[in-house]
Write a protein that binds this ligand. Structure first.
Ligand code: FE2
Length: 366
């Protein structure tokens, strides 16, 4: 572990999405995904150029921000990429240290280390760039007692953690990068954050008749932060990664996986509240039982919710992917429940990609 000591990380801090209309996006994530609104900043709180809604569920903190004038960087981001993940923020014990280490190791600095404070205490922030227009903010909130960041107005003081859909924590955040650039970003995370490679999926493993991708998974020393990085591979038709890159206008976050302790209940809740999931092929359950073997869950429950199952040498996992959550074929979410497996559902990739391609074909992009 000695090689990781230069970049101690305490875990996921928050994900900030820059969107065209944060007021409406917040309503969607509250009502469809079961988040609760915990803080707000905008013109009413003295911030002139943007409005930000902080939503929480379990340990997950989602921030939705839109710009208020056409010349803001937030509006330019939303115009270029559509709604997307701007910031994958990480909690650290010392943001200045994290920033200096990262920049010294080749990261591009975006915002220099600084402190922000209010009556609840102070928070130290610093931001570096990663793929595309995506950034990582280092957040040291050890001296802060407020809900999110200084300057935000708390909305639900005293309430316990909301468990609307039963989502508990961020599991992994996946980036799509251009053909031939995956290894560059793998070495970026090795060099800059001290991450190591957990898994490597080749294009033979992840391919369908039409498209393929390559994926490498980078993780921190404690295995809490996981960043799979995808690049397109040669296929007969346009891969889903190429479709993403074209519509997002470059590399960016493809999907965010959120954990639950009860995926059947969570998916039922999300479906009931309007979240749309990728359709699981009818034939999937014909073969999956044999592939996966004994599990705790009831197969009929899984089938009724369309939940996918995979097993590796360490255990099994249950997962399901939402459809894209905006008009551009870019960002989507994954719901995942782990039973020992630290994998990503390799056995499901083919079934999944075939399902994704059916939807891609419907958009005329295959
Ligand atoms: Fe995933």
């Amino acid at each position: 572990m000695a090689e990781h000591d230069f970049m101690p990380l305490d875990g996921w801090d928050h994900l900030e999405l820059w969107v065209g209309n944060a007021k409406q996006a917040a309503y969607y994530y509250e009502h469809a995904f079961g988040f609760i609104r915990t803080a707000y900043s905008g013109p009413e709180t003295g911030v002139r150029d943007r409005a930000s809604y902080v939503l929480e569920q379990g340990d997950i903190r989602l921030v939705l921000t839109s710009g208020l004038r056409g010349d803001s960087e937030i509006c330019r981001f939303a115009a270029a990429h559509g709604d997307g993940v701007r910031d994958v923020a990480l909690t650290v014990p010392d943001a200045t240290h994290a920033y200096r280490q990262a920049v010294q190791r080749g990261a591009r600095g975006v915002v220099e280390p600084h402190w922000v404070e209010d009556e609840h205490g102070r928070v130290e922030l610093a931001t570096i760039a990663t793929y595309g227009d995506t950034v990582h903010t280092f957040v040291n909130r050890s001296e802060y007692a407020g809900p999110y960041l200084p300057g935000y107005e708390p909305l639900t003081e005293g309430e316990g953690p909301h468990r609307g859909a039963g989502l508990t924590t961020i599991d992994h955040v996946v980036g799509n990068v251009e053909l031939g650039r995956m290894d560059e970003w793998v070495s970026f995370y090795e060099r800059v954050l001290g991450f190591s490679q957990l898994r490597h999926f080749s294009d033979e493993e992840i391919s369908t008749e039409y498209s393929a991708l390559m994926s490498k998974v980078m993780t921190d020393g404690q295995g809490r932060i996981k960043f799979p990085i995808n690049e397109p591979a040669e296929g007969k038709r346009k891969s889903q990664i190429e479709e993403y890159l074209e519509y997002y206008g470059g590399p960016g976050v493809q999907h965010v996986a959120l954990q639950t302790d009860d995926i059947v209940r969570t998916v039922a809740w999300l479906r009931e509240h309007g979240v749309l999931f990728i359709a699981t092929p009818e034939t999937y359950y014909d073969v999956v039982r044999e592939r996966v073997g004994e599990i705790e869950e009831d197969w009929d429950d899984l089938r009724s919710m369309g939940v996918l199952v995979d097993r590796d040498e360490e255990g099994y996992l249950l997962q399901l992917f939402t459809r894209i959550v905006q008009d551009r074929p870019t960002l989507f979410f994954e719901v995942i429940e782990r039973h020992g497996s630290r994998g990503f559902g390799l056995g499901n990739f083919k079934a999944l990609f075939e399902a994704i391609e059916r939807e891609q074909a419907l958009r005329g992009n295959l």
